[in-house]
Design a protein around this ligand. Sequence first.
Ligand SMILES: [Zn+2]
Length: 331
Amino acid sequence: MATIVIDAGHGGYDAGAVNGTRLEKNDNLRLAKAVGQRLQRCGVNVVYTRTTDEFIPLLERSRISNNRNTDLFVAFHRNSATNNTANGVETLIYTNASNKSLQAAEALQQALVNVGVQSNRGVKRANLSVLRETRAPALLLELGFINNAQDNELFDQKFDQYADAIARSLAQSVGVTCNPSGSTDNGNTPPDNNTPPTPPTTGNSTIRSIQNTLNARYGAGLKVDGIWGPQSQRALTRALQTELNLTYGAGLTIDGIFGPKTKSAIRNIAQGSRGNLVWILQSALYVKGFPTTIDSVFGPNTANQVRAFQAANNLTADGIAGPNTFAALFN
Ligand SMILES: [Zn+2]
């Protein structure tokens, strides 16, 4: 099955470009999800770098793609300029991008021009981290300028048509014929079996967010119900093992069981650390009743909660999360 990684640019404290109350991160996520749902309907395996409003470091976005057999990586962005007359749509590829990237970019750009854009800015090459560090063919779409009124109008009015055209073009670039129906449902569309049901607004919203991230980042396949049970705990342990392998080459079996090997692969993480291991630590603290903002940044509040958890578990309360602290969190 063809795999496409869908990357909604920015997120969390990184709003991207801003025009009044309109934030690029929100436009990006909305479009990314619309395209992803259409691709799933066409039988494409879709992996999102984010499905919620959260900050994901650039290297992490590439790593999500490099971690699997990705056929195509597509980042969604809105453009911005210091003047509000700049307008139009462009697709970026890496400076030394392969022909495959170029062809996919040209097809995508043409598909959007066919729907209608204010101006066709074409395919451009750029030395951007997310394009450079991603091994699969990688595109970055700038769907109009967020500080240009007419581009925003086009983005809103033609949203479904754009999403259809993008999905069709991306699918074709990975050898899948896709005719997404978008919102113009004629009643003949088969039921959408590949898209997970809309998350219910039950349970705990932070746990829903953790479950969403485990699904998006690690393919956990959890039901997003906001309830922390054994499956979620195992998924979090698998995420930990995945990160220990990626970060330290630990060579662990990703079995979701926190055993002696996993414990001995843990290195200390302390205030000043950031990244996915911190995210996992914060999530584990949260579900044990030691809540801190789950932002992948180990700040003073996380250190306080680590100390509180350690004290409650008869561990040295030094605020440094090492093998014993992780073992207590994961057992
Ligand atoms: Zn952007």
